[in-house]
Design a protein around this ligand. Sequence first.
Ligand code: CTP
Length: 409
Amino acid sequence: MRTYKVGGAVRDRLLGKPVTDIDWVVVGATTEEMLAKGFRPVGSDFPVFLHPKSGEEYALARTERKSGRGYGGFTFHASPEVTLEEDLIRRDLTINAMAEDDQQNLTDPYHGQRDLEARLLRHVSPAFAEDPLRVLRVARFAARYAALGFTVAPETLELMRQLSESGELQALTAERSWKEISRALMEDQPQVFIEVLRACGALKELMPEVDALFGVPQPQAHHPEIDTGAHTLSVLEQAARHKQPLTVRWACLLHDLGKGLTPEEEWPRHIAHEFKGLKLIKAVNERFKAPKDCQELALLVGEYHTHGHRALELKPSTLLELLQSFDVYRRPQRFEEFIAACEMDARGRRGLEQRSYPQVDYLRGAATAARSVAVQPLLEKGFKGPELGEAIKRERLKALKAYKETASF
Ligand code: CTP
């Protein structure tokens, strides 16, 4: 029985990147031998075990065959006769199909090292098509390694295109897709993830609402980049540059979906796109079962981002409605994330990336002003029930009027 490090651990060591988790492949062993050595089996689907001490994953060398549509349609074959090369050939990318023994001797039958040097994400073999999730994985790796100069090999992009066209992506579960999407959005260049998905036709399959934004013009005066798809990518780029959390990045991706619904004769204006986009945002949220905080923020940013941009012109009563919609009193963090998404939206415009955005401080100040209204004195005056609610609102409105008059913006 021989064990080798495989996959990301080998790839990232060769790239000089920190290695976080190590996957191992075991050649020449049976399940019984693994159990006898104290390894703990993981689930019942695959011959994968956890090391009794390190907790790292050890998988028996296996070959895989796809026997049907979707993720359930797998059969695999693991036996002590399966060679390291046979195990590596069923993997996704050449740079992920290298193995290393405990002396750091590399087994690299599919030239992963050469592709690392050439900065190419290239599939190992036609077996790539056995798992459509790999389309998303390649796009995610493209986003992660874009700064190093990596691109997708043309023949791999072609295979991804065929897989996308075949309708296979529809069979992916929401959970598997979301895991890839959320990880990709947290990379340094998440816009590359969307670009690669679009280039192979997968974006149209996965998020047609985002795909539809490409080719839709916006008024040049506000949006020098004109194209709504290009704008969305820039907003995402800014969100990563400003190290925004996943919630904000997700909201950035979906904030303008309504613009894809504007009839051509109304271009480049997009009247009420904020409201029209809500049903699309809801659909995308639900399709991928995005976590609740991501879903909520995306909907709120979709509905109110232009309020954010016009913050300084808003009447105190509108400002109050905005703050109430966000429940800033109990959910201060969510309002901060909204402000951040608005700022990223403003910065995601060509040539305007560095322009000051006083709306951030103004909105923050407004939230503080509204929050400063104390409930106790109103209770002491005898207000209760709905009347108390009204009295609090009146006081908050007063506070916002005073804020608007005195704030120096
Ligand atoms: N793998 C694959 N196809 C998949 C998932 C995984 O071929 N759909 C293989 C690849 O060889 C990959 C290895 O299994 O390198 C481990 O997968 P995983 O831990 O998901 O990814 P890593 O490559 O380690 O990358 P990351 O740094 O993103 O975790």
